[in-house]
Design a protein around this ligand. Structure first.
Ligand code: C2E
Ligand code: MG
Ligand code: MG
Length: 573
């Protein structure tokens, strides 16, 4: 008898093992795999193929037609959003094409499947199906995150750029649009005073108001910080943009409830019209120039871009770099003007007045450069230098009269003035009571939530405050109640008019009376003649300042001044 053929047995065994291995491999890959013959009959498929389409594994059997499987899929809802016939026609076309092809199919149940089709020699094919739903969602999330602001959920600059892409095929927005650039007024103070979470909440509330007050086809964007932009679909220009700007200014200015606090802020708006293929960068730049104008016009208002603004910005830029250079080259200098007590006729203080020793233009007075410094924000840096220099100088005097320093409203609004003053006092070791800060009514007029708190903080440090140029602005008596000034300085225009205009004297009398009642001392500015000095004295002013007693002089002339008024100065080495 012949026994079993050991060779054949081995071969069968190997084949079995191979087949088992193939089975394990096929059923353990996450992609669905299926083989179809030229007659669209299933030869082989794996577990993942059935699972991807939500079919019971045992129902997908070799020998089934593609049509049967498609029917199963339509019954299970794992089918594309089209009629089965349409889907089958599409598959037929792919099969007939006899070419390798990749497609992405979205299913009704929300899944997204990537199909890789590879033709076989018998006109059949092998296809791999991969569920890429999660990957797609992650990509979408990433794309969304890249185009939206995380805090407010508003579109960001990236999306804005896509809306206004200069390339017509890529541009998302057609037709005339207005670009409105918004910058919040007073936001920084809320952030500083109430903390960042409150600031964030405020930005979200602003975003909500912007959304609520624009049309669905307008695009509201957060550019960053407290800056927003609106892409307005605006056919009727400038009326549409004007109406929107006015509405937004009013809406943003309504109070906000933040936790237990109620805060108010404002907004300034710059507007530019886009005509077709303007580049976004350019549009934003123009809108920004207009915004700058709106801010300079006192905030809480809007301005349209005008071509002249560009050259003006260039000029400003030139002056700004001039000023920066001047600061670095130490071209600034402090002059000092004496303040004289009316009773003692002795020195009661010195006011520091800034000068710019310009290499080409000579000695420049503050009115020639301070406004520009305020516009550009350089006043913060320059003011910091003035404070330090004034304190260092004053600390060298043996007489302990105070030094008066003029503060710009911008410095007080900036928020950095307290550390700046603390630093100046620490470096110079000048006692705080010897530093007097002069502010004008503009500060009180523009009063933001932060300025009062800042002024109070400085007062608590022991500094004194003078209200400068009183009588020239709004001269609201309410200001005098709002903050306890130590001194009021009557503007020189009243003193100049003392001889000629009886009402000027009446005003001086009234101010003196008022200040008496409020416990503030009064200084008359711009006293040039002995007659004026006599009137000022008889009306009860406490101090005088003016050319009669001395013009502002460089620090080198101070010893002279000290001798003249019976004081002495010792130079520290
Ligand atoms: P101010 O604080 O009211 O200073 C008084 C101004 O009147 C000074 O002008 C002074 O030279 C001038 N003056 C003094 N006595 C007389 C007089 O008898 N007759 C006339 N006609 N004028 C007199 P100045 O130095 O040109 O400063 C002008 C303004 O610039 C100052 O007015 C002040 O508001 C501002 N300023 C000066 N220094 C600084 C500074 O360091 N920072 C800031 N933010 N502003 C400053
Ligand atoms: Mg002054
Ligand atoms: Mg003044």
């Amino acid at each position: 008898m012949q026994g079993p053929d050991p060779l054949r047995q081995d071969a069968e065994h190997d084949a079995l093992i191979m087949s088992q291995r193939f089975d394990v491999a096929l059923n353990n890959i996450t992609q669905g795999v299926c083989f179809f013959d030229g007659q669209q009959r299933l030869i082989l498929s794996n577990r993942s193929y059935a699972e991807i389409y939500g079919l019971a594994v045992e129902r997908v059997r070799p020998g089934m037609s593609l049509r049967d499987i498609v029917d199963l899929r339509y019954a299970a809802g794992s089918c594309p959003d089209m009629a089965p016939e349409e889907y089958l026609t599409w598959r037929d076309r792919i099969q007939a094409g006899s070419e390798q092809c990749d497609s992405i199919v979205s299913l009704k149940n929300g899944k997204i499947i990537s199909i890789h089709h590879r033709p076989m020699p018998d006109n059949g094919w092998v296809a791999t199906h991969e569920d890429i739903t999660e990957r797609r969602r992650a990509e979408e999330r990433l794309a969304y995150t890249a185009r939206h602001d995380a805090l407010t959920g508003l579109p960001n600059r990236v999306l804005l750029r896509e809306y206004l892409d200069p390339h017509p095929d890529r541009r998302r927005r057609e037709g005339p649009v207005a670009v409105l650039c918004l910058d919040l007024d007073g936001f920084k103070h809320v952030n500083d005073q109430f903390g960042h979470p409150a600031g964030d909440a405020l930005l979200c509330a602003v975003a909500e108001r912007l959304r609520a007050n624009t049309r669905p086809d307008d695009v509201v964007v957060r550019l960053g910080g407290d800056e927003f932009a609106i892409l307005q679909n605006a056919a009727a220009q400038p009326d549409d943009a004007t109406a929107l700007a006015k509405r937004l200014i009013a809406e943003i200015a309504r109070p906000y409830a933040l936790g237990g606090d109620c805060v108010t802020i404002g907004t300034s708006i710059g507007i530019v019209w886009a005509v077709g293929d303007d580049e976004l960068g350019l549009l934003l730049k123009f809108a920004d120039l207009a915004l700058y104008r709106a801010k300079a016009a006192g905030r809480g208002t809007y301005r349209f871009f005008e071509p002249g603004m560009e050259s003006e910005a260039k000029r400003r830029h030139g002056l700004e770099s001039d000023l920066r250079r001047a600061l670095a080259n130490r071209e600034f200098e402090l002059f000092f003007q004496p303040m004289i007590g009316t009773r003692t006729r002795g020195l009661i203080g010195l006011e520091a007045l800034l000068r710019w020793r310009h290499p080409a233009r000579g000695l420049l007075a503050p009115r020639e450069f301070i406004p520009m410094c305020e516009e550009t924000g350089l006043i913060v840096q320059l003011g910091d230098w003035v404070l330090q220099e004034a304190c260092l100088q004053a600390a060298r005097w043996t007489s302990d009269v105070p030094v008066a320093v003029n503060l710009s409203p911008i410095q007080l609004e900036d928020g950095g003035v307290v550390p700046s003053i603390k630093r100046a006092l620490a470096i110079s070791r000048l006692p705080p009571r010897r530093l007097e800060l002069e502010i004008t009514e503009t500060v009180l007029l523009r009063q933001t939530p932060g300025t009062t708190a800042t002024m109070q903080e400085l007062r608590d440090l022991g500094l004194r405050f003078a209200l400068d140029d009183f009588g020239t602005g709004y001269s609201s008596i309410a200001y005098l109640r709002r903050f306890p000034f130590d001194r009021i300085k009557i503007d020189k225009s009243f003193i100049t008019d003392l001889g000629a205009d009886p009402s000027a004297r009446a005003i001086v009398q009234a101010i003196v009376l008022l200040c008496r009642g409020l416990g503030m001392s009064v200084t008359a500015e711009g006293v040039e003649t002995t007659e004026q000095a006599a009137v000022v004295c008889s009306e009860g002013c406490d101090a005088m300042q003016g050319f009669l007693f001395g013009a502002p002089h460089p620090a080198a002339r101070l010893p002279e001044m000290f001798t003249q008024f019976g004081s002495a100065m010792i130079e520290a080495t």
